[in-house]
Design a protein around this ligand. Sequence first.
Ligand code: GUN
Length: 281
Amino acid sequence: MTAQLIDGNALSKQLRAEVAQRAAALRARGITPGLAVVLVGENPASQVYVRNKVKACHDAGLHSVLEQYPAGLTEAELLARVEALNKDPAIHGILVQLPLPAHIDAQKVIEAIAPAKDVDGFHVASAGALMTGMPGFWPCTPYGCMKMLESIGYDLRGKHAVVIGRSNIVGKPMALMLLQKNATVSICHSATKDLKGMTLQADVIVAAVGKQKVLTADMVKPGAVVIDVGMNRNAEGKLCGDVDFEGVREVAGYITPVPGGVGPMTITMLLVNTLEAAERL
Ligand code: GUN
């Protein structure tokens, strides 16, 4: 059996068209949803990410400002910028691109963002809202993974979902979202003793480690749904995920490719969150 692909580009296109429609409706009421993206330093990967985020906003009819600062910006200066954006009525969402330079306490900066503008969903108030099922912003990458499962009409109730990776940005919120949909959830990580024993039981596997070939065909139950959050470069410099795609696609029922899978969904859900931040006003 060859797995069906879950196409993140196609799903993103559809969801971004919906965002554009809703943004147009808001503009007709005199509100243009606005996202501020703050980048500190010259990390080349971050520069590409933020440019893509700003462009996606413009393409969907959202207002977006990119604030770029040199790596020497102090923590106090950054906190003052966040405070100003919190008060700026043209800005509904604030995203401070990570990683930040080592002299800045990233968590302190995230906690300075007003929860109502925390479209990344990284604030403790957002994390708490997700944990308790209260309204709040969900982190964009796991939220995008949930949309991908929804797009294939997958009912998670009673299914065993195995998340590989326990980061605050992906693994932990992913597990909570799956739980909210009534899956039985296991979180595996670097100290897990028998990863293969766990993944072989899984109906859904989300790989979010940041390492190539964490998941190979022998670790997957036939027909399982495999979501690959990884963004790695292989020996030839080619973009690849955490999943051995060529092998696993022969066993899985559904699989997300890299590139063209979860990647575009992350930015799409950022647009959705920014739009909702503006709609909630
Ligand atoms: N760095 C890598 N991914 C992300 C993200 O989703 N949000 C922010 N703020 N920084 C990141």
